[in-house]
Design a protein around this ligand. Structure first.
Ligand code: NAD
Length: 411
């Protein structure tokens, strides 16, 4: 099932819950604008290779479009559209003044040198710059892109429009990035887990946590859960496999291991596991923080041995797997609630850039906590009152807000 199909099927349930009119369903499911570009890039050996890139602006009724750029061999139109759609719901659920967008380039960045990556990013920026801008569309990092990639984008855009830090978020702090942005998604996931822990009685302290993905989201989540909540991270994995220790992994040391560009499964102080095994490890909290479509009916939904699934990644659970988890009474804290910390602090970064003002790290964390906690409570309360899952309740709130903005604008 593609990202587009996943988003469509989940949309329908929530739209029925709030009796959304047919014409409004069409507006909200149809992207505002899609761009596909060809990207000829000079490689280090002199050849020119041509890549394909996408920028899809799903909806801008509530503010400038906002969403990351991903570099991945499987990034294609449908995936980018599904992710752009999720961004619309995410910004609406957090009640921040943005719409939703996403970008992607079909490329395996591990096969590119740093200079090739820079040339690719600059070319991509040139080709999509016409639809970007602080009040039009503001990209950010996603899978396989980071503060360095955002810097190239900023530099390329600014060379034509003058210095424009608010055109992109997730920048280095030295170039107008926000303190706390890098860890924000993982931190937001932790805040949502802490709230759910209070409501459900499933503790965080000394509880067992399994995390798939040890990149930006997964590694920050692991670090913060240990440092601030006293949780026990029993297994983590990356694209090459994982490592497991029932007593809890030494996360600071594992972070050091990964910082030295070594794969997680080569960590010598845990038992090596495959990414398939990871799903069956008994735990309280299971946090997919890598790619979409990893919890499926066909592979693992019936085998998970956790008390709750927390979606750090975007769209990790397919709709049919969602139903199985519902039947098994395993609650899912959905992606556009749980992982909204990144876009929330991106909003703080954007507003700091526009105001030419810098917040402290403590201020950023406090505002993030207040924003994501309020969203969690809105979702929990609606879910309880209507007897629906967290995901359906989160969709219903988000769809309602975007539909209201569309109506106010005359649609
Ligand atoms: P990243 O590139 O920093 O890390 C991705 C991690 O996933 C890496 O450890 C990688 O090895 C691992 N991985 C890749 N393929 C895998 C596979 N097949 N099996 C197991 N592990 C695999 O990316 P990130 O920024 O941490 O993003 C992870 C997820 O979180 C994505 O779904 C992204 O859309 C979502 N997300 C990210 C942010 C953010 O601020 N970075 C915000 C919201 C959502």
């Amino acid at each position: 099932m593609s990202g587009k199909d996943i988003a469509a099927s989940q949309f329908e349930r929530a739209a029925n819950l709030i009796n959304l009119e047919d014409y409004m369903r069409r507006i909200l499911m149809t992207p505002f604008r899609e761009i596909q570009v060809e990207l000829p890039v000079r490689m280090d050996d002199g050849r020119i290779e041509v890549f394909t890139g996408y920028r899809i602006q799903h909806n801008g009724a509530r503010g400038p479009c906002k969403g990351g750029i991903r570099y991945h061999p499987e990034a294609d139109h449908d995936e980018v559209l599904g992710l752009a759609t999720i961004m619309t719901w995410k910004t609406a659920l957090m009640d921040i003044p943005f719409g939703g967008a996403k970008g992607g380039v079909t490329v395996d960045p591990r096969k590119l040198s740093k200079l090739e990556l820079e040339r690719l990013t600059r070319r991509f920026t040139q080709r999509i710059a016409i639809v970007l801008g602080p009040y039009r569309d503001v990209p950010a990092p996603d899978v396989n892109t980071n503060a360095q990639v955002m810097t190239w984008l900023l530099d390329e855009y600014s060379s034509r429009h003058g210095y424009t830090p608010a055109v992109v978020t997730g920048k280095p702090v030295a170039l107008g990035g926000s303190l706390g942005r890098e860890e924000a998604t993982g931190r937001g996931v932790m805040y949502v887990m802490a709230e759910y822990s209070r409501d459900s009685g499933i503790p965080l302290r000394d509880s067992r946590v399994v995390i798939q993905g040890f990149g930006n989201v997964g590694s920050n989540l692991a670090r913060l859960l240990v440092a601030e909540e006293g949780a026990r991270i029993v297994a983590v994995s990356d694209v090459d496999g994982g490592t497991y220790d029932e007593r809890g992994l030494d996360i600071p040391a594992l972070l050091q291991h990964v910082a030295e560009k070594r794969p997680v499964p080569e960590w010598p102080h845990g038992r090596r596991i495959t990414n398939d095994e990871l799903w069956t490890i008994p735990c309280e909290w299971l946090c997919p923080c890598a790619l979409g479509g990893v919890i499926t009916k066909e592979t693992n939904a019936a085998k998970l041995q956790c008390k709750v699934v927390v979606e750090g990644a975007n769209e990790p659970t397919t709709p049919t797997a969602d139903l199985i988890l519902e039947e098994r009474r395993i609650p899912v804290l959905p992606d556009f609630l749980a992982n909204a910390g990144g876009v929330t602090v991106s909003y703080f970064e954007w507003s700091q850039n526009l105001q030419q003002h810098r917040w402290t790290h403590e201020q950023v964390n406090a505002e993030l906590k207040a924003t994501i906690t309020k969203a969690y409570k809105d979702v929990r309360d609606l879910g309880k009152s209507k007897g629906v899952s967290f995901r359906t309740a989160a969709y219903a709130i988000a769809l309602g807000r975007v539909a209201e903005a569309e109506r106010l604008r005359g649609n």
